[in-house]
Structure formats: structure tokens, C-alpha cells
Design a protein. Structure first.
Length: 607
């Protein structure tokens, strides 16, 4: 068996899925037998969350059916049964990560809360002015932002370990950052975006030699490799249950007792106290000190079932299987012309991030195309915007594999990608040039003319078009086609405007008053994703050339529900629609109230 710290990814012959009994294993995951868009589900988004085996589902259901009661202090049998199950779950966690004692394992709602707990409490107790916290350039936002909070509160500095182009930490630069003011190093064991495996033992040793403590983000590690927090040399270790085949909403913070005892409580409430008086409150010992209120009891029980499930399978077989998958997928996807793998570290887990360069296609569009084939992948910046900036890509399409994935599923993925590339290449070759259509007389930008007398009238006309389209995929394809017909203004708008925030793609919007009618707004926009360009086309039909008051009053969410495109309407989707609508409404509000003399000048002509 190849250990993670010896792993070298290379093209290998097609492996057999025999490291694990795949037929029997997959039967334990009910969702893997489902279909989407008429195709069997190929689930390759395990870095975001893993699927749940039947034993986990049954453990959660069984708790609510037979043992549901609040824990601790209840003298009746049901409460005692619930308490026993909850504390057994803690013991299971301690064994799974080789914690010295059960009480050092704190249940949280996930790795994010675990990291926030340490950042808040450690920051209050140990961080001072000009102290330093070190993170890496590949960290998830949940291991960056909490430390920004802590540093800002204490007047401390946040330093960053750089990476090379392959996505590997530069440990010589890390050594140079460590100093007498370094208080804590927060580091991921495995990059969620690239799959890079970091040398945690070396990192912790270097930090300890400098007198610093180390928090390890183990969210991506926990489901792939055996965890020994003592051998790692970590001082804190955080993970989420849903990354290791357990339920969502449950996670664990492990910390050394000598540190946890010194930290102030994270939250106040029931069960974390020893005694409460208006004059003074004293706190309960570990682990209760950090578990205020009623915890996620069923989640802890489900997590224990998941850890037992993984333990029964064994990491030796699991690692062999996932290494074979990674090598096979790397070889298959590298052979597709126009695809580029981002993140080529020598030590990787089963994660591959892709960019389609030729023909260029946004990660968002590529993810939607794969969804139509029943293939679930993750697209975007993966909560690693600084990492994306370092690697000079706006987003990637991430394939993250797990124990139940097969080489046959990789074949389905590769075939789908080859077909998408071929179709898109042919479409672009046959598409007429659109740049000239973006310009009016003399090269000036031609703003869209009003589609109807009001946004409501435009909405009725659009709704008639969408009413004909019955299937979700057909509606999405119609939106894509609308986007492809837009004039190409992206490069020009990028030079003269700021991107719309909160989007998975780059989106630019420029607006102005309608000449001769100060109460109306017209705008142009563009994005680097066809699906978002389609949303722009819809918004232009609804809004451009309309009265500002009507724009602000129009219920865009109700309209998108009306045309059965609900997947685009919430800000949490990060697809661009909410951000664009907010920008357009802001312009409408501005132009409805600001005198015409202060209206921004007309958009510069493209150079």
C-alpha cells in the first residue's frame, strides 16, 4: 500500500475495482441507485459532501424512533439512553482519531464552527498586538476568515505560506515566516480545491520548534486516510461528519487538554456551566465547557455509525482503491485535448480540478452540461478565492472521488467531457461573429431597445416562450442559446467597470439614463459564462429602456418561478442573477433620484 506521503500520481493501466467489493459497497448507499435527467447518477462531488450509507440513515432514524430525549441530567430512562448513545459517539470519535482522552473531543456543527471556536477563544486568550497567525495560500475560506476576525480584534498579523504552480506549499518560505511572534499556524491537511496532501508532521514540528501551536483543518483528510492526531503533532484538529459519510450539521474539534482548559468558553448557555449567579458564573469541565445548549444528538449518533462503517471497511483497502481511481482519472482526463488539470502536486488525494481552455468554457457552463448527463461535480472557486487568484483561474470544475466511485463512472465522465468539447468546438466554428453587432454607428455601443412597454408586459411575452418548453434541460438550453446570441462585450466591459460581487462567474454591468427621458434606465452587460449571459438577455428584455420605478417594483423572483427557472433566483446560488438584479436596481434608484447632470458619461468605445 502506498502511504499518502509517498504517493506519486502517474498514468497507470486500467485498474480493476477489486480493492473493495464495489457491488456490495454501492448497495449500501441508497442514493447511488437513482437517476437524474434519465441517466444513472454519477456522483463526483464528494469533496463537498459524501453520500450516506444505510447504517447511518438507520442510526439517525432509530434514535428518533426509539431513544429521542434531551441528554444529561434527565433521571428517566429515555434521557439516560440518549445520553449514553451521545457519549458512546464521543468515545467512537476519540478512537477513530486516536485522541488521548474522550473529553478532548468537542462536538460542533462542523469543521467551520470548530475553527471559529479556536480562532475566537484562542484569540481572546493568547493573541496580542503584533502577534502573528500563519495560514497557507490554499486554505478554505473557513480557515482564513476566522483568523482575520481574530487578528483584527487583537491587532495581530495574518501571514500566508505561498505555494508553487503545482499547488504545493513552499516550506522554505514557511520556515522564514515562523518567528518569536508566531502564536498559531492554521493549515489544511488536504486542499479541498486541488487535492494536495500537505506534510502535516513536518509543518507541526517546525511550528512547535518556533513555540507556536497548530490547528489542522482535517475536513478533506478525515474520509480518505487514517487519522492519528497524536502522530500528526497537531494541537487542534477539526473535521465535519458529512465529509466522512456521516450526517450534516455535526463535526468535531479535538484539542489538547492543556490548551482547551486555558481557553475561555465559546458560547454561554445550558450545560456549559458549573454554577450560575448574577455575581459570577463558573464553567463546567471538558467537554461540556464548549457544548452550550442542546447538541445535535442524532447527528453525533449518525457520525459514530459512519466512523464505524469506515473502520469496518478499513483504510488500507480504501486508499488502494482511491489511488487507482485518481491515477486512472488523471490519465483519462489528461488525454482530452483542450482540458487542463489545475493542481499537479506530487502528493494528491482523489481530487482533480479542471479548466476547459480550448474551446474556452466557464466552469459553470461545464458543470451544467455534465449535470445533463447525470454527472454531479462542483464548479466555482470552491471557497478558495485567494488560491484561484494565485493560480490565475476564475474557477475550476472539480471532480472529487470517494470509496464508492468506479472506473466505469470515470469512463462516463470522460466520454461526456469529450462530447461536450466536440460539440462546443463545432458550435464556435459555425457561429457567426458577434463583435460587430455590439456596435452602433461609428463604433459606439448600441444599448438594447425596450422589449415591451413595461417589465410586466415583457415578462408576459417571455413567459409565453417558456411555457412551450416543458423540460428543465430544454429551458436551460433555451437560456444558453439566448446568451450565445448576445454581443461580445466582455473584454471591453471588464476594462471600464467593476465585477458584480457574489457570482461564480465574472459579470460586468454598465447602465445609463435613456437619452431624452431621465426616468428610464438602459444597460449593457456581459459575463464569461453562457448561462449567465442567458440571464443577462432575460434581464435586458425585462428591464432595459424601462422606467426606473417600474424596474424597482418588478418582482423578479416571482417571474423566475413563473417560467420554472427557480434554480437561478436565490442569492445563495451564486450564479449571477441576484448580483445583477441588485446592481440594476441600484442604478435605477440612482438615476431616478440624481439630476441628469451627474449621470455617468456614456460607456467608452471598445479599443
Amino acid at each position: 500500500m502506498t502511504r499518502p506521503d509517498e504517493q506519486i500520481i502517474a498514468a497507470t493501466p486500467t485498474p480493476k475495482d477489486d480493492a473493495l467489493d464495489m457491488t456490495a459497497l454501492r448497495r449500501q448507499f441508497p442514493i447511488l441507485g437513482t437517476s437524474f435527467h434519465g441517466k444513472p447518477l454519477v456522483y463526483l462531488d464528494n469533496g463537498a459532501t459524501t453520500q450516506k450509507p444505510r447504517c447511518v440513515i438507520d442510526a439517525i432514524s432509530g434514535y428518533y424512533q426509539r431513544h429521542n430525549a434531551n441528554i444529561h441530567r434527565g433521571v428517566y430512562q429515555l434521557s439516560q439512553e440518549s445520553t449514553d448513545a451521545y457519549e458512546r459517539a464521543r468515545r467512537t470519535v476519540a478512537r477513530f482519531i486516536n485522541a488521548p482522552e474522550d473529553a478532548e473531543c468537542i462536538f460542533t456543527n462542523g469543521a467551520t464552527e470548530a475553527i471559529n471556536l479556536v480562532a475566537s477563544c484562542f484569540g481572546r486568550r493568547f493573541l496580542g498586538h503584533d502577534d502573528q497567525v500563519i495560514v497557507s495560500a490554499m486554505e478554505h475560506h473557513s480557515n482564513i476568515v476566522p483568523w482575520q476576525f481574530a487578528c483584527q480584534a487583537a491587532g495581530a498579523q495574518l501571514l500566508v505560506i505561498p505555494i508553487n504552480d503545482a499547488g504545493e506549499l513552499l516550506l522554505d518560505k514557511y520556515a522564514a515566516l515562523l518567528g518569536k511572534r508566531t502564536r498559531l499556524v492554521a493549515i489544511t491537511a488536504i486542499s479541498n480545491a486541488l487535492g494536495t496532501i500537505n506534510d502535516i508532521k513536518k509543518i507541526t514540528t517546525m511550528a512547535h520548534d518556533a513555540g507556536a501551536v497548530v490547528l489542522v483543518d482535517g475536513a478533506q483528510w478525515i474520509g480518505h486516510y487514517a487519522t492519528d492526531v497524536q502522530a500528526m503533532g497537531a494541537d487542534f484538529f477539526a473535521f465535519s461528519g458529512h465529509k466522512v459519510y456521516g450526517p450534516t450539521g455535526i463535526g468535531v474539534l479535538w484539542g489538547r487538554r492543556k490548551l482547551l482548559d486555558q481557553l475561555p468558553p465559546y458560547q454561554g448557555g445550558g450545560d456549559m456551566i458549573e454554577s450560575v449567579h448574577f455575581e459570577k458564573t463558573t464553567y463546567a469541565p471538558l467537554p461540556n465547557k464548549f457544548e452550550a445548549g442542546t447538541p445535535h444528538i442524532a447527528g453525533a449518533i449518525g457520525l459514530a455509525a459512519a466512523l464505524d462503517f469506515v473502520t469496518a471497511i478499513g483504510f488500507e483497502a480504501l486508499i488502494v482503491h482511491e489511488e487507482q481511481l485518481l491515477a486512472y482519472a488523471t490519465a483519462k482526463l489528461s488525454a482530452i485535448k483542450g482540458l487542463r488539470i489545475v493542481g499537479t502536486a506530487r502528493r494528491k488525494t482523489a481530487v482533480i480540478s479542471l479548466v476547459l481552455d480550448d474551446p474556452p468554457m466557464s466552469a459553470l457552463d461545464l458543470g451544467m452540461r455534465l449535470d445533463q448527463e447525470g454527472i454531479a461535480v462542483r464548479t466555482g472557486h470552491h471557497c478558495c478565492q485567494p488560491l484561484m487568484e494565485r493560480l490565475h483561474v476564475p474557477a475550476t470544475t472539480r471532480i472529487s472521488m470517494a470509496m464508492y466511485n468506479t472506473t466505469g463512472e470515470i469512463d462516463v465522465l470522460a466520454e461526456a467531457l469529450e462530447q461536450i468539447v466536440a460539440v462546443e468546438r463545432k458550435r464556435r466554428q459555425n457561429a457567426p461573429a458577434t463583435t460587430g453587432a455590439a456596435q452602433g454607428t461609428g463604433g459606439a455601443i448600441a444599448y438594447p431597445q425596450p422589449f415591451a412597454d413595461s417589465p410586466q408586459a415583457a415578462a408576459e411575452a417571455l413567459a409565453e416562450d417558456f411555457d412551450i418548453l416543458q423540460e428543465r434541460d430544454t429551458r436551460n438550453e433555451y437560456v444558453l442559446d439566448m446568451g450565445r446570441k448576445l454581443p461580445d462585450l466582455f473584454a471591453m466591459l471588464k476594462q471600464v467597470s467593476q465585477p458584480v460581487p457574489g457570482c461564480m462567474s465574472e459579470v460586468y454591468v454598465v447602465g445609463r439614463r435613456v437619452a431624452g427621458d431621465e426616468g428610464r434606465l438602459e444597460f449593457i452587460a456581459d459575463a464569461n459564462a453562457d448561462i449567465v449571459r442567458g440571464l443577462i438577455a432575460i434581464l435586458q428584455r425585462l428591464y432595459s429602456g424601462q422606467r426606473c420605478a417600474d424596474i424597482m417594483a418588478f418582482d423578479i423572483e416571482a417571474f423566475f418561478r413563473r417560467i420554472v427557472l427557480d434554480q437561478f433566483i436565490t442569492s445563495q446560488r451564486r450564479n449571477g442573477l441576484a448580483g445583477m438584479v441588485k446592481r440594476i436596481r441600484s442604478l435605477a434608484s440612482q438615476f431616478a433620484t440624481v439630476p441628469a447632470a451627474s449621470t455617468p458619461a456614456e460607456t467608452p468605445r471598445p479599443s
